[in-house]
Design a protein around this ligand. Sequence first.
Ligand code: GZL
Length: 363
Amino acid sequence: MKKERILLGALAAALIGASLPAYASGKTEGDSWTSLPNEVAVNDKGTLTVGYVMIGSESDWRIACNRSIQETFTRENGYSLLTSDAQQKAEKQIKAVREFINQEVDYILLDPLVENGWDASLEEAREAGIPVIVFDREVASKEEDDYVAWLGSDFYLEGQRACAYLKEYLERTGYEGELNIVHIQGTLDSSAQIGRTRALDDALLENKSWTLLDRKEGEFTTAKGKEVMVDMLENYGDKIQVVYCENDNEAYGAISAIEEAGLKAGTSLKDGEILVLSFDSTHGGLSMTKDGEILVNTECAPLYGPLLSQLIGRIENGEEVSHIQYVREEQFSSLAEPGEVTVGEEVYPVTLITDELLEARSY
Ligand code: GZL
């Protein structure tokens, strides 16, 4: 998709007070909601050096996110991008923050593998006068001055929407019996895992006929997702009715294991098909959703590059930026109904995934 380019100055005027109606879901005052733009803010005031503390390349989602940043922070757009790949190791991320401080970068972009352990290195960056923008996942302390801004997904809301869809599906298909669920978690202590797991735990408490047979970490990867699902199928076989995967790559692995066990992932519980719920809505995940192998796919937006460049533009211009900014996300299914789900007081649409829609998506 062509990325439009706008100069930082013009952008600042456009973005001040870009207020959007906030979703409810209990967000605190001052949080704002936005959609991820594709306009890149070009820096025309001398090259800015940006240090990107990457998690790795564990999933399709991560590859799309990394690419978005690499395509945004180019020399042509007025940036010099330094990246460090932590290969899913938290200690390598902390080391990278310190290396970028020593290199005296102008900005640090941090996607934290896990929420804890960031206080010291963030304080060192602050003392060095280097603004840190945290995005996607969260760091545990939301101290106002630990970092200049956080933008990312509401992972708990993503999980609530997925569980609300499952509940709606059961009601509409008239299913009232016991429901046996297995859960493949993402990287433990990552905010994506924390939020999506918390939503399932709430749903298990609320729906007394839902039973959690097993829960294991799938590390957000296809290989681990398959390994875990093979183990679960050996222990529970066709007792399993629902698989709650915390991202598409785990779903790919789980569905491969289901098929190799002679079972079927689908959308018809009453016909003995296993319902797979997934997150990310990457191209591969939506393709399997369109084919009915994934019942519902709850989007997690990865294309942060342009919005991060816009945030830097506002900071460079001395503008205020929201300290906490959530990105709006969609939900997809191959079923026409349910066409919406309710979480709290809010109604969220469910989009019917089609060939045209899949073709039009940029990742
Ligand atoms: C969520 C992101 C997660 C994705 C996974 O924002 O951090 O990490 O859901 C990715 O695909 O590996």
